[in-house]
Ligand binder design. Sequence first.
Ligand SMILES: [Zn+2]
Length: 104
Amino acid sequence: MASARPKGPRPKHIPLRTCIACRQERTKRELVRVVRTPAMTVQVDSTGKLAGRGAYLCRNRACWEQALKSHRLGGALKTTLSPADLAALHDYAATLPETSGTTT
Ligand SMILES: [Zn+2]
């Protein structure tokens, strides 16, 4: 009987994830999951279903650039990003808006 339900005005349970760049908590829908696969490659997980160790980033370029530049993504994934991985992630980041802008 471990139903430790915190009291508060939150009618629905919405799981939050933390962006590894800006540390903001957001819903999974607002974030992009990056996963290190068992084959030790790193890829963007647009379905959220890939196996492996994941990290979350906002859907904006600033967070991606920061995470890639600071090697924070590799640290979060407990791996070293290969040049090919980095290039692919930079390409993906280039498709994102510069900032997250308005919500919903
Ligand atoms: Zn962020």
